[in-house]
Design a protein around this ligand. Structure first.
Ligand code: ADP
Length: 275
């Protein structure tokens, strides 16, 4: 087992709050796996993501107890900027990602690389490659602020992927998008699944989590109430009482079992149900 991210008894308080937002988190995330983070609004999903990236406590200045380790080293011991090459972070709202200082999509994506002193021809090659894989080559010369939400989120993803991080933290990438935009973003996420990257994805659309995640983390009021195999967790009907939305297929499967219809296992995706 190759642990890349580890939470050791992590409790985190935002400044000026009297109780912690996340409490006693313990988990080890393995290299190359795809983790889905679920739980109702306010359960601490974004805070969990910010802790991995080291933004909490650095940017948010809260109080951290315990340790979040990336490749065995606490996030607080990394130098400024060091984690941005290791961990790509995609925000809920692409507006937070786009620098606002570049006039074209091409320049926007190249911007991150320029900050790391990478040679110009290498930058160009990498930007062209990532624009192809995220299907935005045709908008290379457009202003990032004149794009649709789906296009902006793909630019945000491209500007993170171009840095070739081993770990990707993606916080509800489709919350601001229409179905078409959502689909275009999930085409990219499907490709990440094939890469060797470690992915942490927060997403409300539970069918997408069911399709892509290997393992699930369930948060409730800042506590990690479940962590483990997707099949086991997403078919557990008792989680509904904890504010967790389950896939329709799992609800149906549970209902059939209750009525005495035997199933080999409870499906959590439509693909499984078809079998
Ligand atoms: P989720 O992503 O599951 O909706 P969050 O991690 O965004 O949960 O937030 C959990 C709780 O943490 C929120 O209900 C809020 O009370 C608190 N919180 C989030 N951000 C801040 C902040 N910057 N300052 C103070 N409290 C915050």
């Amino acid at each position: 087992m190759d642990t890349v991210i580890e939470f050791e008894n992590v409790t985190y308080n935002y400044p000026l709050t009297d109780k912690p937002t996340v409490k006693n988190l313990n988990c080890k995330l393995e290299k190359g796996k795809f983790y889905g983070v679920i739980g109702e609004n306010g359960s601490g999903k974004t805070t969990f993501c910010l802790l991995i990236r080291g933004f909490a406590p650095s940017f948010y200045q809260g109080e951290l107890k315990g340790e979040v380790l990336i490749n065995g080293k606490p996030t607080v011991e990394y130098k400024t900027g060091e984690l941005s090459l290791k961990i790509g972070y995609v925000f809920q709202n692409p507006f937070n990602q786009i620098s606002g200082v570049k006039e074209t999509v091409f320049e926007e994506i190249a911007f991150g690389l320029e900050n790391f002193g990478i040679p110009v021809d290498e930058i160009e090659k990498r930007v062209i490659e990532v624009m192809e894989s995220t299907k935005i080559s045709h908008i290379a010369e457009k202003n990032p602020f004149e794009l649709s939400g789906g296009q902006q989120q793909r630019v945000a993803l491209a500007s993170v992927l171009v840095l070739k991080p081993d770990i990707l933290v993606i916080d509800e990438p489709t919350s601001q998008l229409d179905p078409e935009g959502t689909e275009s973003v999930f085409e990219i996420i499907a490709k990440l699944k094939e890469s060797k990257k470690t992915v942490i994805l927060v997403e409300h659309k539970i069918d997408l989590i069911a399709e892509y995640a290997d393992e699930i983390i369930v948060l409730e009021k800042g506590e990690m109430i479940r962590f483990g195999d997707k099949q086991e967790i997403l078919s557990d009907i008792s989680l509904i009482e904890h504010g967790v939305q389950l896939p329709q297929m799992a609800i149906l499967g549970n209902e059939l079992m209750k009525q005495g219809i035997p199933l080999d296992y409870i499906p959590v995706t439509e693909k499984q149900a078809e079998k």
